[in-house]
Design a protein around this ligand. Sequence first.
Ligand code: 4AZ
Length: 260
Amino acid sequence: MTSHLLALLLFPIALNLPPRYGCTEIIGGRVVSPHSWPYMAAIQRENSTVCGGALVEKQWVLTAAHCELNEPEVRVVLGAHQASIAEKEQQIFKVMRYVPYPQFDRSSKENDIMLLKLNGVAKRNKYVQTLCLPDSYEDIKPGTMCKVAGWGVTSSGKPSKCLQETTLKIVDRKTCQSKYKNPKITSNMLCALGKKLHSKRDACQGDSGGPLICADQYSGIVSFGSGKGCGRRDAPGVYTRLTEKYIDWIKKTISHDRDP
Ligand code: 4AZ
């Protein structure tokens, strides 16, 4: 009797279950342990995730400026694992205000950073948390290990149902610039590449705006990549670096815009 019970209990382990609720394998990533990125936001239009973001204050999500979608049907999903289906942990908001960085430039891709004011206040719990802004203004050194997450395109060519993450390494700007004819890779940007030579790892379409976490600090925002495709060994992904000017602008914007 007890051995039957034990066999029943062990059966799922033997089969290597659970199958992550129907999710298989960002590019070269893995499905995250559900709710292990509690500050992660999915910015959606018609139930598909167009960008990622991070909750930085109870009513504010930080994302990329090129994610601006001035459409009433846009929603921001917090606390999600599978962002496109209803989950009990989710908190869903509309965007009350888009605040792109004033000097965002679409062609040079400089200042690709934006705050979204939600139409309500997120309840912080096990599934929804704010991500602290970096406590240092120092540059991230080449070779530093980082991670990025999103619901964007995987190697299958389709967006992921479940949140995925991958590990990357910071590449120096000179090497990075040599892989890009344009735009100019400035000190307000970070470049990152898969850490292994033979594995393709990268953010991809739909991951923009999501947070880049380096050495446990919020360090960057998914911005752009090679026009030739994601996960190319010769083209690091480019991220907006959370520099002093951006951190000051975020703090100022949030504190000046509190509701009465
Ligand atoms: C995008 O379109 C996108 N390979 C984000 C990151 C990268 C490419 C495209 C980097 O959201």
